[in-house]
Design a protein around this ligand. Structure first.
Ligand code: NI
Length: 136
C-alpha cells in the first residue's frame, strides 16, 4: 500500500473501546485495516443505493432433479446476458447443486435477476454479494 495518510479522529472513548473489542473478535490485524474496510463498505453501499454500476455474485442452491429447473435457470440467465459475466456450477451432493452467477451492472438489474432466480420452485436459497467495480 502506497500513499498512506495519517489523520486524527475524535470520538467517544466508550465507542472506540467497543469498536476495538469488536474488531479483535473479527481478527483484524490493525484498527486502520478495520476502519478502511468500514469506509469501503459504506462507499459500496452508497453505490448500490445510488444505482451505480456494481460487481457481485448471486449464489444459490437447488435440487437439480426438479422438473425443468436447469432449463429455467439457463433461460433466465440468458435473459440477463448483458449483466451475467460467468456462471460456476458445483455439484454439492447427489441432489443439490450450488451455482454462482458473477454479475456486473446496475444494482436494480442484479436484484431483478436474483428475484427471478429466487422465484423458481426448487431454488432453496439465493443471496447477493456485491462490491464496487472501481478500486476503493
Ligand atoms: Ni450439479
Amino acid at each position: 500500500m502506497s500513499n498512506l495518510v495519517r489523520f486524527g479522529v475524535s470520538l467517544e472513548k466508550e465507542l472506540l473501546a467497543r469498536f476495538d473489542h469488536h474488531i479483535k473478535g473479527k481478527k483484524y490485524p490493525t484498527r486502520s485495516k478495520a476502519i478502511a474496510d468500514l469506509m469501503r463498505r459504506e462507499i459500496i453501499q452508497y453505490r448500490w443505493r445510488a444505482g451505480k454500476q456494481v460487481a457481485g455474485a448471486i449464489v444459490f442452491i437447488y435440487n437439480h432433479h426438479r422438473r425443468n429447473i436447469v432449463d429455467r435457470l439457463i433461460d433466465i440467465q440468458h435473459d440477463f446476458s448483458e449483466i451475467v459475466i460467468s456462471t460456476q456450477h458445483v455439484h454439492l451432493s447427489h441432489d443439490e447443486c450450488l451455482e454462482i452467477v458473477v454479475v456486473k451492472g446496475k444494482p436494480s438489474n442484479v436484484e431483478t435477476l436474483a428475484d427471478r432466480i429466487r422465484s423458481i420452485k426448487g431454488v432453496e436459497h439465493c443471496a447477493i454479494a456485491f462490491t464496487s467495480t472501481d478500486k476503493l
